[in-house]
Every structure is written in C-alpha cells, then in structure tokens.
Design a protein around this ligand. Structure first.
Ligand code: UDP
Ligand code: MG
Length: 325
C-alpha cells in the first residue's frame, strides 16, 4: 500500500488542535493509504505540546517533532519534511485555513502522475491591506525570480517523495519552501481551493515574520537586486557625462561662470543615496552568505514522539549538526 504523510507546523495553536486533528485524521482515514501525521511544534508556549503528546499517545500514526524553541514557520516545515518517509507528503497550515478536506483533490492529481500539486487560494480571507501586499509580493517575486514560482500558492501542497528528497538535501538555512518546491521542477500543477478564515486566534506569523519571509524569498531566488547596482551605476555615469559636457561648453565656449551650491549639494546627496542603496543590497547578500557560512544547524529538535524509527537518520543528523556517517 502507498504511504502518505501530512506535515503540519504549529505554534501556539491550542485552540485549534483538537478540531484540526479530528478533521485531518478523518480525511486521511478515508484515503486508501497507510498514513502518518507529522506535527512540528515550533517552540509553542501554550498547551500545544501537551495536546500533541496526547494525540501521539492515542495513535501511533501521529508523530511529533518538538523544536527546542521557535524557529519560524519555514524551518518548522523543513524539520517536518526531513522526518517524512512516505511516498507522498502533504503540507498544510495548522490553523485550518488549509482545509484537510481538500487533500483528496491533491491526491487525485498525484495519482494521475504529477510530482507536485499545489493548492491555489481562490480568494484570500484576509483584510484588504494584507491581501494587496500579498498580491504585490507575488508580482515582484515572479518578476525577479529566475524560477517560475506560482502566485497564490503557499505551503498547502502535495509533494512526491522524489521532490521531498531533493528539498531535504538542499543545505540552505534561509528556506522559502514554496520557492524550493518550484525550483525542483518536474510535473507541477495547481488545484484551486477556497481558503478558510483562521479557525481561532490571531495569525502567528507576525507582520515582521512575513516581511522577513518575503525578503528571504526575494534574495534567495534572484540576483537582480545585485545587478540593480550596476544598472544604477551606468545610469548615473551617463548623467555625469552629460553634465560634464554642458559645464565644459559653458565654461569654454559661452564663457558663463556656473554658480551653484544647490546643484553641488543635490548631486552629492543623489550619489550618496545611490551608493548607500547599493551597499545595502550587497549587505543583504553578504549577511545571507555569512549565515550559511556559519553552518549552524537550521533548527534544533528537543524531542520526537512516534518518530524515532523509520525516519531518515542521516538527514536528522545533518540537520542537528552531527556528522551523518
Ligand atoms: N507557525 C509556526 N511558526 C511560527 C509562526 C507560525 O509554525 O513562528 C505556524 C502556525 O501555527 C500555523 C502556520 O504556521 O499553523 C501558519 O501560520 P499563520 O496562520 O500565522 O500564517 P498566515 O495564515 O498568516 O500565513
Ligand atoms: Mg493562517
């Protein structure tokens, strides 16, 4: 029988977990597979760990990875993917915005031969400013990126084992999983779905975390910002050359003297601004290179439940910073 894992990152979701677990397990039970759930507790500080421990005691098919602290959604997802062993892995948010009932639709496409089936949000159940910002984010990302990252396709997706294996071997610490998923390529398709409002509570992804995820996505999937410095440099040089010609003409041919505190100040500030922007862009990349170069484990696991056997030991070792051999 084929196997299916569901990976769910959760951070302080005590109000949602019982309902989520019930609906998720019901959906998986109705499918003709051997299934497992991998919850990733991203350093929750409410009753989430106790609830997860309860689920895993009741059903050995429910596994938990407790991270040692809050590492952020993308790393929590990565930790879950690293523990998955099934033929197909479904990834969904733990706030019931991604309804488990959509999973059979994803599975159907997988069975018909697709490697990646991502769920596309038909309309976002979010306040207008957030919706507008997300649509801007995807527009810019799709323009900048050299990989075809589909718009409005977030975490909710099904990935074939072959795709998950490739993602698991990607060593980077800044992980925008939807981008990595697109990077792998293969046969990918989307399925539209109605995104539900959050079942309870406020988003756990703070605006700051969302901005960080967006910049990670931009810088990890495009070198265009770096090229921007070159483009700006050429642009400014052309202007400077034209200004030089006019100055020489006035001085030598028409004989006017040019007075100008204002013009000097403006050009100094203009150039200073452009240089700072360029240095800032380079700094973004250097910061990321530094982060990778340090080679720290991207996440640290506090404990596993129902997951010690059958999971890839070498991957676990890799991500805990141990020597995999
Ligand atoms: N989440 C997480 N770690 C975090 C923030 C969020 O594991 O640091 C989980 C959260 O519990 C939820 C999922 O990621 O299951 C999506 O989070 P949220 O609903 O806050 O994000 P949004 O709907 O804004 O994308
Ligand atoms: Mg949400």
């Amino acid at each position: 029988m084929k196997t299916l894992d569901a990976v769910v990152p959760v951070y302080n979701e005590e109000a949602i977990l019982p309902e989520l677990n019930r609906r998720l397990v019901d959906t998986l039970e109705a499918l003709p597979y051997e299934w497992r759930v991998v919850y990733v507790d991203d350093g929750s500080r409410d009753r989430t760990p106790e609830l997860l421990a309860g689920f895993s005691d009741e059903d050995s098919r429910v596994g938990v990875v407790h991270l040692s602290r809050n590492f952020g959604q993308q790393l929590a997802i990565s930790a879950g993917l690293a523990m998955s062993t099934a033929d197909a892995v479904v990834l969904l948010d733990g706030d019931l915005q991604d309804p488990p009932e959509v999973i059979p639709l994803l599975v159907e496409k997988w069975e018909s031969g697709y490697d990646v089936v991502y769920a596309v949000k038909r309309d976002r159940k979010e306040a207008l400013p957030k919706r507008a910002l997300f649509s801007l984010f995807y527009k810019i990302l799709r323009k900048l990126s050299n990989v075809d990252i589909p718009a409005d396709a977030g975490n909710f997706s099904l990935m074939d084992r072959s795709v998950v294996d490739v993602i698991n071997t990607m060593p980077e610490r800044d992980r925008y999983v939807s981008g990595l998923r697109a990077y792998v390529g293969g046969r990918q398709t989307g399925v539209e779905f109605e995104r539900a409002p959050r079942y309870a509570g406020q988003p756990r992804q703070s605006p700051l975390k969302l901005v960080r995820m967006a910049t990670d996505a931009f810088f990890a999937f495009s070198e265009l910002p770096l090229r921007l410095a070159t483009i700006l440099g050429f642009f400014v040089s052309v202007i400077a050359f034209l200004v030089l010609l006019t100055v020489l003409y006035k001085r030598l041919i028409s004989g006017e003297a040019i007075v100008g505190w204002a013009s000097t100040m403006t050009s100094i500030l203009f150039l200073g601004g452009i240089q700072l922007i360029a240095v800032g862009v380079i700094g973004e990349y250097i910061g990321r290179i530094y982060n990778e170069a340090k080679g720290r484990p991207a996440w640290v696991v506090g404990r596993y439940r129902n997951l010690s056997s059958g999971s890839s030991e070498s991957l676990k070792a890799l991500h805990e910073g141990r020597d995999p051999t």
